[in-house]
Design a protein around this ligand. Structure first.
Ligand code: ADP
Ligand code: ZN
Length: 220
């Protein structure tokens, strides 16, 4: 099963995507993580995309689509994956549809939309802290979910950092871009796939509801 996580930045796609990934034993593929890794490594791709990411603009569709296609041809995602942060435009959604049709004709495809009011999103994102240990990647919030010891991950003891693009200006821009594309994207998934929308107020409840939906869908 390929699960597409839709939702503005800061709605919890990463957090919920990782929980689902563990519980359902599906690899979590995040385009944001892939791009940040390329930037950190200083690869050719990383250099090409850095300025987009830093200012909150979208990486161009052709680059993004190629990156995801080659990731989805790897062995660990041959039976399914959780896609977090992709697709973000109608062109990306079309490309994914074509790719899956061609390469995974029997795979089930489903979309989950996380819908959170913008003012709450801004509060979440500007206070967000992320564990620098890539294999952990735990996410904290200075206000609502602080770590026990300041700047240190409760789970693995690594340093916590703010993402460079998690400031009011950049998140406002990311939200604006999200809203420009979201109607078309959501309509696309309503038409082409099963779509489940939820306001993830409490994490546990949201995860349980999403899992119920996925369970029912899987049995269909
Ligand atoms: P968030 O959802 O919090 O904005 P992500 O980690 O998903 O964070 O993405 C960070 C940045 O990476 C985006 O602002 C954008 O520049 C780039 N990016 C990620 N996914 C895509 C995509 N599907 N298409 C274009 N750009 C993307
Ligand atoms: Zn950690």
């Amino acid at each position: 099963m390929y699960i597409v996580m839709l939702g503005a930045p800061g709605t919890g796609k990463g957090t919920i995507g990782k929980i689902l990934s563990n519980d359902l034993n599906l690899v979590h593929v995040s385009t944001g993580d892939i791009f940040r890794e390329q930037i950190a490594k200083g690869t050719k791709l990383g250099k090409k995309i850095q300025s987009y990411i830093d200012t909150g603009a979208l990486v161009p569709d052709d680059v993004t689509i190629e990156t995801v296609k080659s990731r989805l041809l790897e062995d660990d995602v041959k039976d399914g994956a959780i896609l977090d942060g992709f697709p973000r435009t109608a062109a990306q959604a079309e490309a994914l549809k074509g790719f899956l049709k061609e390469n995974k004709p029997n795979a089930k495809r489903v979309a989950v939309e996380l819908d959170v009011p913008d003012d709450e999103i801004i509060k979440r994102v500007v206070n967000r802290l992320i564990c620098t240990n890539k294999s952990c990647g735990a996410i904290y919030n200075k206000e609502t979910k602080p770590p026990k010891e300041e700047g240190i991950c409760d789970i693995c003891g690594s340093e916590l950092k703010k993402r460079k693009d998690d400031n009011v200006e950049t998140v406002t821009k990311r939200l604006e871009i999200y809203h420009q594309n979201s109607k078309e994207l959501i309509d696309f998934y309503k038409k082409n796939n099963a779509l489940y929308s939820i306001y993830p107020k409490e994490l546990d409840v949201a995860v349980a509801n999403i899992k119920n939906f996925l369970d029912e869908y899987r049995r269909k």
